[in-house]
Design a binder for this molecule. Structure first.
Ligand SMILES: C[S@@+](CC[C@H](N)C(=O)[O-])C[C@H]1O[C@@H](n2cnc3c(N)ncnc32)[C@H](O)[C@@H]1O
Length: 251
């Protein structure tokens, strides 16, 4: 083999080595900068493209029944005042609203088009008039816009789309609004890979956020909640885990 051939091989090896190093260094940064482009669209465009059912998940009937049955096991009665935090197109709401006393369902979501489709296409005008659910459109957890305070709250697949700041904000505002009587049941994707994992920088309805159990407890504690994992929640499709948040007495 000639000397020039050996030099050429060494050069291409060096280039490959440098390229691999560069990819490793820049790859995570590149992914952080372009993550939004890889997500399905949010908002009105997202609802138009995915449909009001497709926007909130892969299935409709079974996940709706599951959240209703779970909350009944946690003491939901027709007298309860239930907050559905991130109620979407009322996948759970269509079960909760006819069950609760009129005016006892409080739904909040940031997408007005989802709530509109949920009331028109899923709940129906009759139930809307008869059961008078309170439905608030807000992306800033403005619970004070409801006419009453909840004693129970459910939040299915909302915190799995929130960054740390928004997750903390939701819990802090909830605690300030509800006072000491409230119990919240909220699902999360639990991160198994600890501090190595990176979530997207901003909340997004179609991006996935994972937190360790310790982080979830810390979010709760910062707002005054004790947090407990609920073993009897099984979510075969999305594999999210359910946590109970109880406001510590005396707040
Ligand atoms: C995966 S969907 C689940 C909806 C509903 N809980 C269900 O089980 O069908 C998540 C919902 O959270 C809503 N959401 C996201 N960020 C929000 C925010 N900051 N405030 C209120 N709702 C929000 C989205 O618009 C979406 O409807």
């Amino acid at each position: 083999m000639s000397i020039s051939r050996v030099a050429l091989d060494l050069e291409s090896l060096a280039n490959m080595y440098l390229l691999t190093k560069l990819k490793r260094a820049v790859g995570p940064l590149y992914r952080q900068l372009t993550w939004r482009r890889r997500c399905k669209p949010e908002g009105v465009e997202g609802v138009r493209k995915l449909g009001h059912r497709g926007y909130v998940g892969k299935q409709w009937d079974e996940p709706g029944v599951r959240q209703f049955e779970f909350m009944k096991r946690r003491g939901l009665t027709e007298d309860s005042v239930l907050l559905d935090l991130g109620c979407g197109s009322l996948r759970g709401g269509v079960h909760f609203i006819p069950f609760l006393k009129p005016g006892h369902y409080l739904g909040i979501d940031k997408e007005s088009s989802l709530i509109a489709a949920g009331t028109e296409k899923e709940l129906g005008h009759g139930q809307l008039i008869e059961r008078r659910p309170e439905l608030v459109v807000s992306d800033a957890f403005e619970f004070e816009r409801f006419s009453k305070v909840a004693d129970l709250a459910v939040s299915i697949s909302l915190f799995s789309h929130l960054n740390r700041r928004d997750a903390r904000c939701a819990l802090t505002r909830l605690a300030a609004w509800a006072g000491s009587g409230l119990r919240l049941y909220a699902t999360f994707f639990v991160a198994e890979d600890g501090p190595k994992r990176r979530n997207p920088p901003a909340s997004h309805a179609h991006a996935t956020f994972r937190y360790t159990e310790e982080e979830i407890r810390t979010f709760g504690a910062a707002a005054g909640f004790s947090v407990r994992h609920c073993e009897d929640w099984h979510d075969p499709l999305a594999n999210q885990k359910m946590f109970e948040f109880v406001l510590d007495r005396g707040r």
